[in-house]
Design a protein around this ligand. Structure first.
Ligand code: XUL
Ligand code: CO
Length: 439
């Protein structure tokens, strides 16, 4: 499939099973296969991102873009933007992906004024709406790009200049309305430049107050226009800022709680952002699930040897297994999904690489789902964790949990019990071996 000029030339990508050697077939993702009572399609809710897949030229800080995209004339014209919609939907259809996601400026060109940008967005939204109707493909979430244009060099919601804040807020208004019009299941806030480069020039408290103000304004507007989907905050600790305020799940939850926003927001958690924050993806998912705030996932992975957001396609089976264990544990996605916020390598510059990359990610998650489900059916891991906390299930532990004892009662209990030693092993190595049995 070299020299592909349009995704129209592709065959429909179908499931051929693990033995297939056809690079244009799924080996594990079988959309209609039922796992734990739902089809794979319903569990995984895959989504293609407009920005990396259709707008990223594959440049890096040391070199120009390499991507060959024969359907794209490289111009910022409205006609080119509309033409791209056609290719994007053909691509998603051939892969059988049910959702997509976009920033306002990915789909439509920025105009000379906000009015012009809004008109461009409306014109492309007409195309998107028509293609959604025709194909049944849905919008997982929309968002406003508040980080590319030079006006946002110092942030939008946290800009030191009130007029820039206002511009950003106006852009959010429009992006939210277009997301609503296209029946988006959710709406994302990723604060790429909502942070600082140096504290020497920054009033942190004031900036945080402003960020919360922007989010409250958006909540008010969402109610006004009747948008029912959740808002998501997407944590990331840095890049492009030195410090991003939404640095990890715990920081986001604290911010949302402090500013009374928790009722309206869940989290959109991205693997490579978790690792940049010094956490595993599992950690971030657990932190969000514990607060009933896991909304959606930006599915990608980083490179352990490279210290930036490499946004690679998630092909690591251990990772996808760990993610799917958590998604199953929380009872599955509702409005969220697995959104491939991932880009092909600069070396993978042909159109067909976009197809291979998505097949790789979808197969890796299909395996993760099946493995996670087997681990759950086996039950040993879950039982181990349950047993580890058994002393809280009855007796004095249960009384502490229920709040029935004071520190005085506890002291008396300990005096009577006498000295203690750890009496259960953590068994990490055994547990890792159990996981390996399924992978
Ligand atoms: C950047 C990133 C964004 C958000 C949407 O690292 O992940 O693409 O997902 O703005
Ligand atoms: Co993302």
């Amino acid at each position: 499939m070299k020299n592909l000029t349009s995704f129209n030339e592709l065959p429909q990508i179908t499931f051929e099973g693990p033995k297939s050697k056809n690079p244009l077939a799924f080996k594990h993702y079988n959309a209609d296969e039922v796992v734990e009572g739902k089809t794979m399609k319903e569990h995984l809710r895959f989504s293609v991102v407009y920005w990396h897949t259709f707008r990223n030229p594959l440049a890096d800080p040391f070199g120009a873009g390499t991507a060959l995209r024969p359907w794209d004339d490289g111009s910022d014209s409205l006609a080119n933007a509309k033409n791209r919609v056609q290719e994007a939907f053909t691509f998603m259809q051939k892969l059988g992906v049910p959702f997509y996601a976009f920033h306002d400026r990915d789909v439509a060109p920025e105009g000379k004024t906000l009015a012009e940008s809004n008109a461009n967005l409306d014109a492309v939204a007409d195309e998107l709406e028509a293609h959604q109707k025709e194909t049944g493909i849905k919008l997982l979430w929309g968002t406003a790009c508040l980080f590319t244009h030079p006006r946002y060099a110092m942030g939008a919601g946290t800009a030191p200049n009130a007029d820039i804040f206002a511009y950003g807020a106006a852009q959010v208004k429009k992006a939210l309305e277009v997301t609503h019009r296209l029946n988006g299941e959710g709406y994302v806030f990723w604060g790429g430049r909502e942070g600082y480069a140096t504290l020497l020039n920054t009033d942190m408290k004031r900036e945080l107050d402003h960020l919360a103000k922007l989010l409250h304004l958006a909540v008010e507007h969402k109610k006004k226009i009747g948008f029912k989907g959740p808002f998501y905050i997407e944590p990331k600790p840095m890049e492009p800022t030195t410090h991003q305020y939404d640095s990890d799940v715990a920081a986001c939850l604290n911010f949302l709680r402090e500013y009374d926003l928790l009722d309206y927001f869940k989290l959109n958690i991205e693997t490579n952002h978790a690792t940049l924050a010094g956490h595993t993806m599992q950690h971030e998912l657990e932190a969000a699930i514990g607060a009933d705030a896991l909304g959606s996932i930006d599915a990608n992975m980083g490179d352990t040897l490279v210290g930036w957001d490499t946004d690679q396609f998630p092909t690591d089976i251990y990772l996808t297994t760990q993610i799917m264990l958590r998604v199953l544990k929380m009872g599955g996605f509702t409005t969220g999904g697995l959104n491939f916020d991932a880009k092909v390598r600069r070396e993978s510059f042909e159109p067909i690489d976009l197809v291979y990359a998505h097949i790789a990610g979808m197969d890796a998650f299909a395996r993760g789902l099946k493995i996670a489900s087997e681990i759950r059916a086996d039950g040993r891991l879950e039982q181990f964790v349950k047993d580890r906390y058994a002393t809280w299930d009855s007796g004095f532990g249960a009384k502490i949990e229920k709040g029935e004892v004071s520190l005085e009662d506890i002291e008396a209990y300990v005096m009577e019990k006498g000295e203690l030693t750890p009496n259960t092993s953590g068994r990490q190595e055994l547990l890792e071996d159990i996981v390996n049995q399924f992978i």
